[in-house]
Structure formats: C-alpha cells, structure tokens
Design a protein around this ligand. Structure first.
Ligand code: COA
Ligand code: MG
Length: 291
C-alpha cells in the first residue's frame, strides 16, 4: 500500500487555471515541484465544462514530466463535482485536491466515490482547509492521514476563503490567520502528512512574498501554494533546507548509527543534546532532499 506521507518535495505548488491555455502551455518550462490544475475557484461557472475538457486534453496530449500533478475539483456536492471527480480519476494525477472540506466526512465521501470508480490505491486526496468548520475539525480530518485506505496525504491552507468566511482582517503580517495556520501544521504533523501554506495574491511584490515564505517555513509548512510563475524560484529557495541543516541532519543520523549509541535515547552531538525525536526529524528532512 502506498504511503501518502511520502517524501517528495512540495516546496512550490502552483495553481494553474485549467481553462487557461497559455498558462497550461507554460507548465513544461516551470521549475515548480507540483502543479494544481484548477477546476474550482479559478474557473467561472460558465467555463467549468470547457476547463474540465482542457484539463483532460492537456494531460492526455502533453502531460508534463517535470512536476507532480494535482487536480482541484469542485465540491462533490456541487453540480460539477461528480463529473470533475470522474474526469480527474481518469486523468491519473498524483492527487485530487478537495475544496471546502468541512471535516472527515467530506474526505471519506470522496474516498468512497474513488473506490467505487476503481481508482488505484496510489491516487491520493488532498484537502483544502478554508472554512470555519474545517478549522474546528482539523484534528479529526488530519487523523485520516494515518489510514492509507483513506488516501489523505496533504492539508492545504485556503487563506482567501478563510478570510472571506470568517471576516478576519487581511493584514500583511497575517496576524489573524497565523493561529489557524499553526493549528493546521500541528494537525498535519500529528497525522504524519504534509502541510502547504496559502497563496499570496500580490504576485508583483517579491520582497513581501519572500517574507511570507520565510514565515511559512518557520511555522513548519512543507511548502507554499503559488498563483504565479514568478513566485516559484523564491519558494524553492526558502523551503529548501539549507546546507547547514542538511549537514546537521546527516550528523545526527550518523551519530545514532554508531554501535555505541544503538540503545541510547539521548546522546551528545557537537556539544548539543540530541534525542531520538531529533533522529526522526533529521530522517524526514533528508528524505525530502533525496538523501
Ligand atoms: N500558471 C502558469 N502560467 C501562468 C500563471 C499560472 N498560475 N499565471 C500567469 N502565468 C503566465 C501567463 O499566462 C503569462 O504568460 P504569457 O506571457 O504567455 O501570456 C505569464 O505567466 C505572465 O503572466 P502575467 O501577465 O504576469 O499575469 P497575468 O495577468 O497573465 O495573470 C493571474 C495573473 C493572477 C490571473 C494568473 O497569475 C493566474 O491565473 N493565477 C492563478 C490563479 C488561480 O489559479 N487561482 C485559484 C487558486 S488561489
Ligand atoms: Mg478556495
């Protein structure tokens, strides 16, 4: 059984409106880790069918090999949901991103529908956290990530919808969002799945974008969702562990691998206390950078 808490890097995850031909054409030249082909909020109601068709055509005729592929469908309960799910399943993405997830029920419903469509067990579900209910149900939703049969592999912050649904003020420092973002990260970590930070709408202000990436990284996110190609390079750089961090992680792994440390829970490495919990953290970091 595939594990959905896999170790692929997800530093830069770019939304691409599925009905934008020019944007789709750009994908093979982009250096992002993942693209999300969007059928939901980036597509107007009257363009939903055309977007689904464009997504299908794109993945059949010019499927990119340079990045992971995720498809964001409309809510299953919406008039487009079932057709989106059928088309997404047939297009063989790495994951299907569910919008407006309120709680575990929404993930389980999508999982059951995929099982019914004989979707391969390796097809993952990602969940947007963007409604007030989703915040309160974070633990229960994320917990599904422990059961591979439920397919849940990643939580994605939907900050624009959260602002709209809750009425919190959008400020440059995201002060009213940060508590919820930290809860999202904690829930994802508790379940051993990935967590992606929300988008920054102002794609021309690269200094502000870099600060927001650093903030997201410091909060523990694995990467950031993006809306514009100009944001990719910064996200890749900021969410990439530094050479120092990689070297430190290798040192911890090497230290615990010493025969004399085999049964020890805590050791000293370079004058610092290191516990077995740091070993897990170090191994996760090294897996993410492919070592
Ligand atoms: N993916 C791929 N290519 C993109 C892109 C994206 N998300 N955003 C822009 N581009 C392309 C444009 O098509 C354009 O290509 P072209 O020169 O061949 O026409 C180039 O990058 C430069 O784009 P630019 O002129 O700077 O921006 P724009 O005005 O065309 O687009 C947005 C601005 C915000 C409309 C666009 O970035 C976008 O649609 N982003 C994604 C929105 C989305 O998916 N939202 C839902 C989730 S929050
Ligand atoms: Mg949304």
């Amino acid at each position: 059984m595939t594990s959905f808490s896999d170790s692929r890097p997800r530093r830069s995850v770019l939304y691409v409106p599925a009905n934008s031909e020019r944007a789709l054409e750009k994908i093979p030249s982009l250096d992002c880790d993942v693209v999300i082909l969007d059928l939901e909020d980036a597509v107007a109601p009257e363009a939903k069918d055309a977007a689904r068709e464009a997504m299908r055509h794109f993945l059949r005729e010019s499927r990119p090999a340079n990045c992971g592929i995720v498809i964001r469908i409309n809510p299953l309960a919406s008039e487009w949901g079932t057709e989106d799910l059928l088309a997404a399943r047939a297009a063989r993405p790495d994951a299907i991103l569910l919008p407006k997830v309120d709680g575990p029920r929404d993930v389980l419903d999508a999982d059951a529908a995929l099982d019914e469509m004989d979707a391969p067990p390796g097809l993952a579900l990602w969940a947007m956290v963007e409604t007030p209910k989703a915040i309160f149900n974070l633990g229960a939703t994320a917990e599904l990530g422990r059961d591979p049969a439920a397919r849940l592999g990643c939580l994605v912050a939907g900050t624009n919808d959260l602002i709209k649904e809750t009425g919190v003020l959008a400020t440059p420092d995201r002060r009213y969002l940060v508590p919820w973002l930290l809860q999202l990260v904690a829930a994802a970590r508790a379940a051993g799945i990935d967590a992606l930070d929300g988008v920054m709408n102002d794609f021309r202000d690269m200094d502000a974008f870099e600060s927001e990436c650093i903030e997201g990284r410091n909060m523990g996110f694995d990467g950031k969702t993006l809306i514009h190609p100009a944001q990719i390079e910064v996200a890749n750089r900021i969410f990439m562990p530094s050479e120092n961090e990689i070297a430190a992680a290798e040192e911890v792994v090497a230290a615990f691998a010493q025969p004399e440390n085999a049964g020890k829970g805590v050791i000293a490495v370079g004058g610092r206390m290191v516990e077995r919990l740091h070993l897990g953290q170090a191994e996760r970091l090294l897996a993410k950078v492919g070592r």
